[in-house]
Design a protein around this ligand. Structure first.
Ligand code: AMP
Ligand code: MG
Length: 424
């Protein structure tokens, strides 16, 4: 299990921050200080490696490419034989296809028909594209102006034998899976998956199969959290809905902390509900309750429960997703051993909607980025921005991030957007 290393309590004394108005950046910084990544390693087949994190540097066992080879379909020749101006006709001495090299040395006055990936025959130093020659009856006529070494890929130009093809901490995408396979490596050392336990709290929550009584709602947070964790490659432990009952919540926390590296809850951290949860978590670990200067997602609890990292997300469905993407995602990537974890890229585009924005907090409005007929991108807001309106997340393809000191936005003003694709 991974223990946050420093006591959080010391931090609240030593650091000059106000838990009732915690800036987004500051909260991220504090969280980052306590993260201790998984260290256990397992070996997986390269086919099962997608989304996992490399636990060792992967070294190339040989030069890549292993031989000088052709980058084109054409003819391998000796540059000394080619004309500077005018034409020269060479004898086609044989073929060098990918996987079937030309066995002999090229002599003066000879060329070898070569295909992309074919090993460059000994003696040849230049490849002439087939589009630039005339071939007929065992002879090839080549024009002037060819550069020595052209269209030739040199042995070791991608990677020298013993060099690192990728470094420990890299999350493996399709490109890395292919890269590892290209080195002839069938199995790779990865960190074990991060185990994340989560549950919803709330007396109003109902699960599938029951009709809704008055004031009841279906539990959606557990499903969005489950889906977001799956996207991050975590091992998920769904602990269900827990009633707002101190004894039940205590049991749930203890079981979750026992079973997982990270515990995530939704609901129960707002002002009205926080008191008994606060008391309980002080008993079980170390937790700070922040009111983040952001909308949506103001209340957030963070700390340690037993040996597990803990994130107490707000109850409102949009707040859950926003706080997850702004704080939890990055933390989970770091905890799973990924290094470095880059921030999700943002960029600035004109906003076609008028946006209301109070200063003094960061707002994450839900936006729709579209490309106009002139080819330029712009963003509009998804309509009502209430933190209970999950449809606003579903319709959106980006967050519109309005920083602390920003006021209202007029149509045409530029705003910062963060694309959700590949992230959410
Ligand atoms: P809370 O933070 O527990 O006061 O919850 C804030 C709002 O979010 C309330 O309207 C809750 O009904 C709603 N909520 C809490 N948990 C969930 C959940 N798991 N799924 C959907 N809505 C929820
Ligand atoms: Mg609640």
């Amino acid at each position: 299990m991974n223990h946050p290393s420093q006591p959080l309590r010391d931090l609240s004394c030593a650091d000059d921050y106000d838990p009732n108005s915690m800036p987004v950046e500051k909260a991220r910084e504090v969280i980052a200080r306590f993260l201790s990544p998984v260290t256990a390693v397992e070996r997986v087949h390269v086919r099962a490696a997608l989304g996992r994190v490399a636990a060792r540097d992967v070294m190339s066992p040989f030069d890549v490419p292993a031989h000088d080879n052709s980058a084109m379909d054409g003819y391998a020749a000796r540059h000394a034989d080619l004309a500077v101006d005018g034409e020269v006709t060479l004898k086609i001495a044989g073929t060098a296809f990918a996987g079937a090299p030309y066995a002999a040395t090229i002599n003066a006055g000879e060329a070898v028909r070569i295909m992309t990936g074919g090993v460059v025959p000994v003696g040849a130093d230049t490849i002439v594209m087939q589009e630039h020659v005339k071939a007929d009856a065992g002879r090839v006529t080549i024009g002037g102006g060819h550069r020595k070494g052209q269209n030739l890929r040199h042995a070791g130009e991608d990677l020298k034998a013993g060099a690192a093809a990728l470094l420990r901490g890299r999350r493996l995408r399709a490109a890395e899976v292919g890269l590892i396979a290209s080195l002839g490596i069938p199995e790779i050392a990865v960190y074990r998956k991060l185990r994340v336990a989560f549950f919803s709290t709330g007396d109003e929550l109902v699960s599938f199969g029951s009709a809704l009584g008055e004031g009841q709602i279906y539990d959606s947070n557990r499903y969005t959290i489950h889906a977001m964790l799956e996207r991050l490659g975590c091992e998920v432990l769904d602990m269900g809905v827990v009633r707002d009952d101190p004894a039940l919540i205590e049991t749930a926390f203890s079981q979750a902390a026992e079973a997982a590296d990270v515990v995530i809850t939704s609901g129960g951290v707002s002002v009205g509900e926080a008191d008994f949860v606060k008391e309980l978590l002080t008993k079980l670990g170390e937790v700070v309750f922040w009111k983040i200067a952001m909308k949506p997602g103001r209340p957030l609890a963070y700390g340690r429960v037993g040996g597990a990292h803990f994130f107490g997300l707000p109850g409102n469905p949009v707040s859950v997703m926003v706080t997850f993407y702004q704080f939890v995602r990055e933390a989970l990537l770091k905890l799973s051993g990924q290094d470095p974890v880059e921030a999700v890229p943002t960029f600035r585009v004109p906003c076609t909607s008028a946006l209301k924005k109070a200063s003094g907090r960061t707002e994450f409005q839900r936006g729709i980025l579209t490309r106009g007929e002139n080819g330029d991108w712009s963003v509009r807001v998804t309509g009502e921005q209430g933190s209970g309106i999950l449809r606003s997340m579903s319709e959106a393809n980006c967050f519109i991030i309005l920083p602390t000191d920003q006021g209202n936005v007029a149509p045409g003003n530029f705003v910062e957007v963060e694309v959700m694709e590949g992230v959410v």
